[in-house]
Design a protein around this ligand. Structure first.
Ligand code: NAP
Length: 750
């Protein structure tokens, strides 16, 4: 590094946390000079011999002379005294930070010393990392790596100081979050201080029993896991419990109330409610872990995974069940929740989006068991049984949840706010808000340009309307019809062209009358839904990759079981048939109002290029990336027109597919609303079509899975970059392709 970040850093206190940061500063060469002041000479001697500091002082005044960064890394209760002592020796340009576990009292200490005008360079902080051992030897250079550091800048804090501290913590490989002081103390009271308090308390409770030796001797893993943090420093926790007294006592009140509820359920042997509570907690843990783990990835668009496929003779055979249909999974939860009685769902897609819907209904008081192996049981609360959620409803990346719930929530007796991740926060919500307002809803899209968060005021009497959809959208249609369930009179929608009718079909399966007359769909408000059993069909969009894989591979024979063949979704079957694929639809039946069938495809003849029928385009809109791979293997030219919507999906699917196809040696021309692909196939010749190469999927799961199928006909290695999104819609994708005969190497990247 040419210029270190700091000239002189002074640590006041150099134990676990201080010395870990000092190790980072030394390793990265972030300061010209590092000094420290501690109580004991031994700590200073040890720090000198470890090479962490160049000088040590008893008196903090000696340490802070001309320092441009002062780090208070000592117990928070000592803050005021230290600040008092060093105050006259700080310059206006000194950054003063701390690492204390509570923040309100640190700020109070600073106010007591500096008065209302706090120094510009004062920026309190708290690394959320630690260990049970303390002292200068316990420190580690990677203590903060992949952990969060919370900075709590004050109105008085200068931006230059905050930015410099962010850079410092980033060198420690920490993720820096800025938060206000009260929020920090409240959040930490619940997530750190309460768990520590509970751990100390449980160990104390057991230690006081007469048979305590037996208890500790035979303690199972659960006790060990739970009580680990009770081994932390009592002095430190004593200080923290006092320092954050108010927020901790609030958290304890909440805990006591919740414990009383749980105790009651066990006392009264309320099996349903107990299962609901435990299931809710289990799902909440998985859901939030998962969503929070995913969040930075979505927000930074960071590539964390790639697929590699090596050339070689591949077979493609077997009978498979691909994951459940997402649209049907969402609706099974929504309708089950407002139905009377119990709904049992099988084949539920346990992907992030459908789980967001599930979590939202749990937050509105619906008792839901599962999901476990695709099974979910929903104890419906009826049309008027939803309860006000305690906080915002987080919809993750799911546009379906947000648009359909906009309709349902507009009709409730309570206010609600829906938020989403970075990508959902950019999607347009006015297209559903506008018709809902015409029905009398009070709904606001509070993001810029009509985007989320969506804020809804309850207690509005909705009136049925007729709405001419300006564009074909199953989500908007469904959102209006769902609001119509509670509206006075008839609600009807006319769509410019048919869109997916999963809502209409499932409402009927729940016993609600929905009329479809040509393009006009209508229902009467004020009815009720009755709980039922729903088998979620396998998703035809997921099945499409295997259909295309089989269609382009010599001697293949693949059967996809119980695939949804809703007529609004079967474009891919029709198009593959027109291209000459050996495809049969077998064993057709109805499940949960939806037609399903087994689809069998054999690789027995070379596909041929076609002009894709425009009437099938809306019915195959999600399957085009896979169909482009089929077209590249076909004999002759394939032309797609009337598919401009492909350009505004998760990625510009026309451009991204064209780029990838060209990389792999396929001649193709993207057009405004489609593409022209020169197929390289020759009748009866099954030799490789693709040259291999490195493909950028732009985080689009369907692009990634489509190019993976090209691996069945490649002469060179294919690398597909940015495949982490595949797990969201098709978690078993690589396992199933491997069973079929196509090995995909998955590499996790840093
Ligand atoms: P530690 O290992 O015990 O180190 C504390 C350091 O502060 C020692 O160098 C000690 O000096 C010095 N010190 C103690 N009392 C002092 C006083 N009255 N005046 C001057 N110096 C004093 O503690 P730590 O774990 O690093 O914790 C430091 C801070 O980090 C605390 O505010 C804590 O809340 C916060 N924190 C801790 C953790 C964790 O898991 N431990 C996590 C996040 C934040 P001697 O070496 O001379 O004894």
């Amino acid at each position: 590094m040419t210029q270190p970040l700091f000239q002189k850093v002074a640590f006041i206190g150099l134990g676990l946390i201080g010395s870990s940061l000092a190790r980072v500063i030394a390793a990265e060469g972030l300061a010209k000079t590092v000094v420290a002041s501690t109580r004991s000479q031994k700590t200073l001697d040890d720090a000198l011999s470890l090479g962490l500091i160049s000088a040590g002082f008893h008196d903090p005044i000696d340490a802070v002379q001309e320092a441009d960064l002062v780090v208070l890394a000592l117990p928070v209760r000592a803050t005021q005294h230290i600040l008092d002592v060093i105050k006259p020796h700080l310059s206006e340009k000194t950054i003063i930070t701390d690492v204390g576990s509570t923040k309100g009292n640190v700020v109070d200490a600073a106010k007591a010393v500096f008065g209302a005008r706090l120094p510009e360079g004062f920026v309190p902080g708290h690394p959320i990392a630690g260990a049970e051992h303390t002292g200068v030897h316990a420190g580690k250079v990677d203590l903060f790596a992949n952990h969060k550091v919370i900075l709590t800048p004050l109105p008085s804090s200068a931006d230059w100081a905050v930015q410099k501290l962010i850079r410092l913590w980033e060198y420690a490989k920490a993720e820096v979050i800025c938060m206000d002081v009260e929020k920090h103390d409240e959040v930490l009271a619940h997530t750190s201080h309460l768990p520590h308090l509970m751990a100390f308390n449980l160990v104390e409770q057991l230690a006081n029993r007469e048979d305590n030796l037996d208890i500790f001797r035979y303690a199972a893993g659960g006790f060990r896991d739970f009580s680990r943090i009770a081994a932390s420093d009592p002095q430190m926790w004593h200080d923290i419990f006092f320092a954050n007294k108010k927020a901790i006592l609030n958290a304890v009140d909440g805990f006591e109330a919740q414990l009383a509820t749980l105790k009651n359920l066990i006392e009264n042997e309320d099996s349903h409610a107990l299962m609901g509570l435990l299931g809710h907690a289990q799902a909440a843990r998985q859901h939030f872990n998962h969503m929070l783990a995913k969040k930075p990835l979505m927000e930074n668009n960071k590539v964390t995974q790639q697929f590699t496929i090596l050339p070689g003779a591949h077979t493609f055979k077997g009978t498979f069940t691909v994951p459940g249909d997402k649209s049907v999974s969402h609706r099974s939860i929504m309708f089950g929740a407002i139905a009377e009685g119990t709904t049992h769902v099988t084949g539920f897609l346990e992907g992030e989006d459908a789980l967001a819907t599930l979590q939202a209904f749990r937050a509105m008081g619906v008792n839901i068991e599962g999901p476990k192996d695709g099974e979910v049981t929903i104890h419906g609360v009826g049309m008027h049984g939803l309860k006000a959620p305690k906080g915002e409803l987080y919809m993750g990346n799911s546009g379906t949840s947000m648009r359909l719930l906009s309709g349902m929530l507009s009709a409730q007796q309570f206010d609600s706010v829906m938020t989403g991740d970075a990508s959902l926060s950019k999607r347009p919500m006015e297209r559903i808000a506008k018709p809902l307002r015409q029905m009398g809803a009070q709904i606001q899209t509070t993001g810029e340009r009509g985007t989320p968060p969506v804020s809804i005021s309850g207690n509005q009497a909705l009136k049925g309307i007729h709405y001419d959809l300006p564009m074909a959208s199953a989500q908007v249609k469904s959102g209006i019809l769902l609001a119509g369930l509670w509206a006075e009179g008839e609600t009807s929608v006319t769509e410019p062209e048919p869109t997916r009718d999963h809502s209409e079909r499932m409402l009927r399966a729940f016993g609600y009358e929905v009329k479809t007359e040509g393009n006009r769909i209508s229902l009467q408000g004020g009815g009720k839904l009755v709980g039922t059993n729903i088998q979620v069909p396998s998703d035809i969009s997921s099945a499409a990759f295997f259909m295309v894989g089989a269609a382009i591979t010599e001697g293949s024979d693949v059967t996809l079981e119980a695939v949804g063949i809703n007529p609004t979704r079967t474009g891919v079957i029709e198009i593959l048939k027109q291209m000459g694929a050996d495809l049969t639809v077998e064993n057709e039946r109805i499940a949960g109002g939806e037609p399903i069938a087994d689809i069998r495809i054999k690789g027995s003849r070379t596909l041929k290029g076609i002009h894709m029928p425009e009437d099938q385009v809306p019915l195959a809109i999600d399957e085009f990336p896979a169909l482009f791979i089929a077209a590249a293997c076909a004999e002759g030219q394939t032309i797609l027109t009337g598919a401009a919507e492909l350009r505004v999906k998760e990625s510009d699917r026309i451009q991204v597919m064209a780029d990838g196809l060209k990389t792999m040696g396929i001649d193709c021309t993207p057009t405004e609303d489609g593409i022209i692909i020169q197929g390289k196939g020759k009748s009866g010749d099954w030799s490789p079509i693709f040259n291999g190469g490195e493909i950028e999927s732009h985080h689009d799961h369907r692009i990634a899975m489509s190019f993976a199928m090209a691996g069945l006909r490649t002469s060179g290695e294919i690398k597909i970059v940015g495949t982490e999104t595949v797990a969201t819609s098709f978690p078993t994708f690589t396992a199933l392709t491997e069973q079929a005969g196509l090995k995909i190497q998955v590499s996790e990247l840093d």
